[in-house]
Design a protein. Structure first.
Length: 95
């Protein structure tokens, strides 16, 4: 079985779960690009993405700007920095 071909077909068909095997990527950047290919007719700027750098520290994490209204509406949430574009290092993982 060619895992790569199976994954490409599953992602292209917008149903990665039908590949019947877990899909994984060596780089987070590739994983995100694949996710964006499976969310249907949603612009990347409207995608609701959460990046958790350390699951032991869940009080700080990054979210996409699509969450801005939710953050403003919830008194338990505080945005602590300016909106930034997620950048990747040379290994394709978030910096």
């Amino acid at each position: 079985m060619d895992n790569h071909k199976t994954w490409v077909n599953s992602i292209t068909g917008i149903s990665p779960e039908k590949g019947a095997i877990p899909i994984y990527f060596d780089k987070d950047e590739d994983a995100l690009l694949a996710c964006f290919q499976t969310i249907g007719d949603v612009a990347a700027t409207d995608a609701r993405v959460v990046h958790i750098k350390n699951t032991l520290e869940l009080h700080h994490f990054s979210v996409s700007k699509a969450y801005a209204a939710d953050i403003e509406a919830d008194e338990n949430l505080t945005r602590i920095g300016a909106w930034e574009t997620l950048s990747f290092n040379s290994q394709g993982n978030p910096e």
